[in-house]
Design a protein around this ligand. Structure first.
Ligand code: AMP
Length: 286
């Protein structure tokens, strides 16, 4: 595996590979790699000649400084994992490389998608995500970009960005990879207390209940049950459970009004914020 640290080297390397007819799959990450990340990478390997991953803890997408400071940084272990799956290139730039000017002006429009759910609770987060994904795509110029369904709103926004800016890349979305007990894998899980780790699978169980009860109870009733469940759980605090249209991300209170519905949530487990989602109705369901 070759490690690249500058945008210039990334552009030149990938351009030359593409000139030689190679397809390039790109997996951007914040590091602290786990099986979820590796699944995206294996998928990218299957569908492309070359795999390039990035590890960059992007400061502009953290709306809380403490979260940024405490974000796990495990470069050595990450490199081991990338070697174990035979990754071709690691792009690991510095903050100065990605943000040479402190006065950079950026203002992304996501057509209102950025206002819902995560956007309502993490001001500025999606501006930071848009900013870094655009910079990484400009540098790497991959054939395909791989993102996880785990961050449902994030991939929806990035697809919007690709469409509206007419970026020459195909977005591929990979399903959520879970621990055996159902907890969605996340770099933040390693910071959960033992007690909260044991209780966290209740998030997925609650999403499964949405699916099981969606024809028996109203959306409002389902949300009320879910919120009450976590309000009653020691050490936990639900931020939102939202049933949304999978395209507009606008909340819906009646599943019959759309052919694509998803339930998304954010729950605090102690001082760790966990997000998860489950598709309740898929356009291909008929
Ligand atoms: P992160 O390092 O958290 O920014 O994640 C990098 C990419 O991996 C994003 O596209 C995430 O959606 C994806 N990802 C993270 N966790 C999972 C998971 N449990 N299953 C599938 N994809 C994931």
């Amino acid at each position: 595996m070759h490690t690249i640290t500058t945008c210039k080297e990334a552009s030149e390397t990938i351009l030359s590979l593409k000139r030689n007819g190679k397809t390039v799959g790109f997996v951007p990450t914040l590091g602290a790699l786990h099986e979820g990340h590796l699944t995206l990478m294996r998928q990218a390997q299957k569908e492309n000649d070359i795999l390039i991953c990035s590890i960059f803890v992007n400061p502009t997408q953290f709306n809380e400084k403490e979260d940024l400071d405490k974000y796990p940084r495990t470069m050595e272990a990450d490199v081991e994992k990338l070697l174990s799956i035979d990754c071709d290139y690691l792009f690991a730039p510095s903050v100065e490389e990605m943000y040479p000017s402190e006065n950079e002006v950026f203002d992304f429009s996501f057509g209102g998608l950025e206002m819902e759910m995560e956007g309502a609770f993490r001001p500025g987060h999606f501006q930071g995500v848009g900013q870094i994904v655009k910079k990484l795509l400009d540098a790497v110029q991959p054939t395909r970009l791989y993102m996880g369904q785990k961050d449902f709103q994030q991939f929806t926004l990035i697809q919007y960005m690709i469409d509206t800016m007419d970026l020459p890349v195909e977005l591929c979305v990979v399903p959520i990879i879970r621990e055996e007990d159902g907890l969605a894998m996340s770099s933040r899980n390693r910071r959960l207390s033992e007690e909260n780790r044991k209780r966290s699978p209740l998030i997925y169980k609650t999403l499964i209940d949405f699916l099981a009860l969606k024809d028996l109870l109203s959306v409002d009733e389902l949300i009320a049950i879910a919120m009450a469940r976590f309000e009653a759980l020691d050490g936990f605090k639900p931020e939102y459970f939202t049933v949304a249209d999978g395209r507009t991300l606008k909340p819906i209170d009646d599943l019959s009004t759309t052919d694509y519905a998803v339930v998304c949530c954010a729950v605090w487990a102690g001082d760790i914020r966990l997000i998860d989602n489950l598709i309740l109705k898929h356009p291909t369901d008929g």
